[in-house]
Write a protein that binds this ligand. Structure first.
Ligand code: CP
Ligand code: NVA
Length: 315
């Protein structure tokens, strides 16, 4: 088993903005190695005897399974903590939960609503805290997306990524991710559903180091033109279920379909973090068609997060 870099030992992963371009590239490089070892059947118990607590305040298929299986494959033990069972669900504070868990486990992954909860957890737990999705960010998803794009396109720098849809957690983390690796990103969202202005400003700052071009507007046609990579996400995220109808109206002309994709490069690839709503943000012929790499993308959650856990939680 190859020795893993200790450059990120003990760090939290709250947003990709907190990581340098080199650090993002290091995670991707380690993910590639860990994936190759896994595929070759070479054991890689970087986290032998370690435990990861996984707090889920929202539903999950991919994040739960990839962290749980990933921890097991690294020789460690994952602990699934549902809000129905732990005291945090009955009002015990984030700070107290953080201090208790930090005395017993070696890392915490949390999926929740407010980014401030993840920040508070990280402040009070002196062990690595990993953001498994908040209303604002989904860094682990975007690491997996970058790994997938790199595998299919052989590079990241200089590519054009079109994101058509809600200016949500996925859009925000893509802005940071693209800025860090020097990939150009063009976001098209309806008025009122644009990415957060402050997050955009931070991404623009990040992009200065890599010359990534960042465009944010309302025009899906402009965003899609000559794109190498096309990404969308659900119109109503977890916690926005009551806005479903009004969002369907607002996003009607933002569907990723054959017409819109005809503007992208002929060899474009399509990604979606999943779960997807066929017939809403994307048509079945695109997500189930020849340009789609969504299953590779889902699989790469496992490899990317194993790299994150091994790098952050190592002894
Ligand atoms: N993409 C993603 O995070 O999926 P889950 O909600 O199933 O974890
Ligand atoms: N934007 C979506 C992503 C799900 C993985 C949500 O937050 O529900």
């Amino acid at each position: 088993m190859e020795k893993i870099s200790n450059a990120l030992k003990g760090r939290d992963l709250l947003t990709l903005h907190d990581y340098t371009a080199d650090e993002v590239n290091l995670i991707l490089a380690e993910a590639k190695k860990i994936k190759a070892m896994q595929k070759a059947g070479i054991p890689h118990p970087y986290l032998q005897g370690k435990t990861l607590a996984m707090i889920f305040q929202k539903s999950s298929t991919r994040t739960r399974v990839s962290f749980e299986v990933g921890m097991y494959q690294l020789g460690g033990y994952p602990l699934f903590l549902s809000p129905k069972d732990i005291q945090m669900g009955r009002g015990e504070s984030v700070a107290d939960t953080a201090r208790v868990l930090a005395r017993m486990v070696d890392g915490i992954m949390i999926r929740t609503y407010a980014q401030s909860e993840v920040e508070e957890l990280a402040e009070y737990a002196d062990i690595p805290v990993i953001n498994g999705l908040t209303d604002s960010f989904h860094p682990c998803q975007i690491l997996s997306d970058l790994l997938t794009i790199q595998e299919h396109k052989g590079k990241l720098k200089g590519l054009k990524l079109a994101y058509v849809g809600d200016g949500n957690n996925i859009a925000h983390s893509l802005l940071f991710g693209c800025a860090k690796v020097g990939m150009n990103i063009s976001v098209a969202s309806p008025e009122g559903y644009q990415p957060n202005a402050r997050i955009l400003q931070l991404a623009i700052q990040d992009a200065q180091a890599t010359d990534a071009k960042i465009e944010v507007g309302n025009d899906p046609v402009a965003a899609m033109r000559d794109a190498d990579v096309v990404i969308t996400d659900v119109w109503a995220s977890m916690g926005q279920e009551t806005e479903q109808r009004e969002r369907e109206k607002a996003f009607a002309s933002y569907q990723v379909n054959t017409d819109l994709c005809s503007l992208a490069k002929p060899d474009f690839i399509f990604l979606h973090c999943l779960p997807a709503h066929r017939g809403e943000e994307v048509t079945a012929d695109i997500i189930d068609g020849p340009h789609s790499v969504v299953w590779d993308e889902a699989e790469n959650r496992l490899h990317a997060q194993k790299a994150v856990m091994a790098l952050l939680m190592q002894s």
